[in-house]
Design a protein around this ligand. Structure first.
Ligand SMILES: [Zn+2]
Length: 660
């Protein structure tokens, strides 16, 4: 789905509760806690009659075909249903009791059905008869659930501001959690003359009655329940040729002019993504214009109607939102997280896909601009509203939501950094390998990391720890020291890059980010530019510039990549005015590898001596015409020592050193 405008989320602060209120609930998965179940749903076959669209009324029966994976005395089938009344439940054609667990405030409110003791079949067909008036998640910004707007009755499968996330349970009695994907057969009985837009394949259409039409649809590629939708009303189907699968956009006749324009690039999007991610995983591409949206319902995307008109009026056919939702067919729909802690696996990758689309639609510079706009919006605006939250298992209470904008904006830049770290060939091989391996099934962040590690032979613990599992971003202060000028340009001697954040973010919440690519642009007065990516490991790095010419410096605005970072300042310093006492640019002891790193502002001859408390010299190292000393102290026992650093024989610093 596409993020809501974050201001709306901010304005609708609500409090949601994920508290468990019943010991029984422990057996069922929660939105952010996957628990393996005794059953596996294989198929839902639902008969859904919509007598009066405007009333949102529904008369339904859903036949659930399931297989028992294990069968114990306590084994039960669970299903969710909100706002509708269960009339009766049959287990293999025998009427059975059912019980409701939790109330509407509970994140896990559901119904339980125990198999009759006499029935020991491995598979079962459970028929649930239910009816009533369909509702949605409510609250101030109702999104997930069922709506009737502009004569269209439609359903969106997730909500922003509820505590149960999946909202297909507002119209379908089902196990409404993403971990159990099942095929779906829908018999949609609608008032005569209305069209039905859903995913899957249209098996048949019965128009023999004077009062109603019946549409039979089959989803043969098992969707997660939150990816089901229906859209019923006066809808015209627009077909778009040019891709390997049929593409349709369903719109009210009033909106078809705008839709024809706004979606004209979709065939090229389908082709481009199929080449980039692997073959399109389903049989058709559908969009339907709805008043609320956008939502990546499988093969039938609910697309925000006002945005379609905005593209039309601006004559902008890039339509990154169409690309975002289309990319979800791979990220989220074919490959689905087990639970919503991993929502970033959908949204970060779909937003990154928008950037990819911009690189194809326009050029690589548009890709970087797109990412930079997300980076800037994230750091400068979002974090002030949503707080600083991680991509994985973020808090869901106000002022964030089930889909905080952080996972879109920060997430897209983080994915682009993984691309830069691995390089295109490994990144795209990992990406397509991942999508192929977990096609039509479920996955986790760990599985994603493992697959990229296998393909790249690189350990990605640090990358995932600092960017995915922990919050925050590096704040970079740069000092550039010059000695003399050449015409209008300064002659660079040393560049010092320093992480200045103090929030305890970064790798293992130790305060710093590692392997951070910082792209520095040396710009001369005549516009000549030179872009170089430096890698910062830990708090500070000193780089000799070898008389690199520049008039101004830019950071993270280069032509190669975009890092999730903030530039807090660039200082221009004259070397002759930098005091010798400032010669040590950085002195850093790493407990991870028990090593002392010392960087100096300029290159000359340095010596490091270390003494124990009795004054015995235990370590000595020298560097010649260098600006760095690295002392591996692994062979020394932990304890208190003293060290002296000299430059050309002159003492720069004496201090205590604690090895641990
Ligand atoms: Zn999305």
């Amino acid at each position: 789905m596409k993020y809501l405008y974050y201001l709306l989320i901010y304005l609708s602060l609500i409090s949601v509760s994920f508290a468990k209120n019943d010991a029984n609930i422990l057996n069922i998965s929660e939105p952010t806690k996957y628990i393996a179940q005794d059953f596996d749903v294989l198929d839902y076959s639902a008969e859904l009659e919509f007598p009066v669209l405007a009333e949102k009324s529904l008369i339904a029966v859903n036949e659930v075909t399931l297989r028992w994976l294990t069968r114990q005395d306590t084994s039960k089938f669970y299903f969710h249903l909100r706002g509708l009344n269960v009339d009766s439940v049959f287990y293999d054609a025998v009427k059975v009791q059912y019980s409701k667990v939790g109330d509407s405030t509970s994140a896990t409110m559901h119904f339980e059905v125990a198999p009759p003791k006499s029935n020991l079949n491995d598979t079962a067909k459970i028929r649930i008869y239910y009816s009533g008036i369909m509702t949605n998640e409510g609250k101030l910004q109702p999104w997930g659930g069922v709506h009737y707007d502009d004569t269209l009755l439609y359903a969106l499968g997730v909500g922003f501001l509820n505590n149960y996330v999946g909202t297909t349970q507002h119209w379908l009695a089902c196990y409404d959690l993403p971990s159990d994907k099942a095929t779906f057969h829908g018999k949609f009985i609608v008032p005569k003359g209305n069209n039905v837009a859903v995913g899957g394949e249209l098996d048949s259409l019965d128009k023999s009655s004077d009062e109603r039409d019946i549409y039979y649809y089959s989803y043969n590629y098992p969707p997660a329940t939150y990816l089901l939708t229906f859209n019923i009303g006066e809808l015209e189907e627009l077909k778009f040729d040019g891709a390997s699968v049929p593409i349709s956009v369903f719109a009210n006749p009033k909106d078809t002019t705008a839709a024809r324009f706004a979606f004209k690039m979709v065939p090229e999007m389908v082709t481009y993504f199929s080449e980039t991610f692997g073959p399109y995983p389903f049989t058709k591409v559908g969009y339907v214009l709805t008043k609320k949206g956008s939502m990546e319902s499988q093969e039938m995307i609910n697309y925000y109607k006002a945005l379609c008109w905005s593209h039309y009026s601006k004559k902008d056919s890039s339509n990154t939102t169409a690309a975002h939702e289309l990319s979800h067919m791979w990220f989220g729909n074919s490959v689905t997280p087990f639970d919503y802690r991993d929502a970033w696996l959908n949204e970060s990758w779909a937003t990154f896909s928008e950037a990819l689309w911009m690189s194809h639609f326009a050029n690589y510079s548009a890709y970087l601009s797109f990412l930079d706009s997300k980076r800037s919006l994230y750091i400068n605006n979002l974090t002030k509203i949503e707080g600083v939250i991680p991509l994985y298992d973020f808090p869901r209470n106000s002022a964030t939501s089930n889909y905080p904008s952080t996972i879109y904006m920060k997430g897209a830049v983080v994915v682009s950094m993984l691309r830069w770290k691995l390089g295109d060939s490994l990144f795209f091989r990992g990406l397509t390998g991942f999508l192929k391996k977990y096609k039509y099934s479920n996955m986790t962040s760990e599985m994603l990391q493992t697959l990229f590690e296998q393909i790249s032979s690189k350990n990605l613990d640090q990358f995932f720890d600092q960017w995915v599992y922990n919050p925050g971003w590096p704040k970079i202060n740069a000092k550039v020291i010059y000695r003399g000028m050449d015409g209008d340009n300064y002659l660079g001697e040393t560049l010092i890059l320093e992480q200045t954040q103090t929030e305890g973010w970064g790798f293992q919440k130790g305060g710093y980010f590692f392997d951070l690519p910082i792209e520095v642009t040396f710009k001369q007065k005549d516009g000549t530019r030179h872009d170089t990516v430096f890698y910062l490991n830990g708090d500070m790095k000193t780089v000799p510039l070898n008389q690199e010419k520049y008039y101004t410096l830019e950071i993270n605005r280069g032509i190669n990549q975009k890092a999730l970072m903030e530039t807090t300042g660039i200082e221009y310093l004259d070397a002759t005015s930098v005091e010798e006492s400032n010669s040590i640019a950085n002195l850093h002891y790493s407990i991870f590898n028990k090593t002392l790193f010392i960087n100096f502002v300029k290159s000359t001859n340095y010596e490091l001596q270390i003494f124990d408390l009795l004054g015995n010299a235990i370590f000595n190292t020298q560097s010649y015409n260098s600006n760095e000393i690295i002392a591996d102290l692994n062979s020394y026992i932990n304890g208190v020592y003293y060290f002296i650093i000299t430059a050309n024989g002159k003492v720069l610093v004496k201090d205590k050193l604690i090895l641990y």
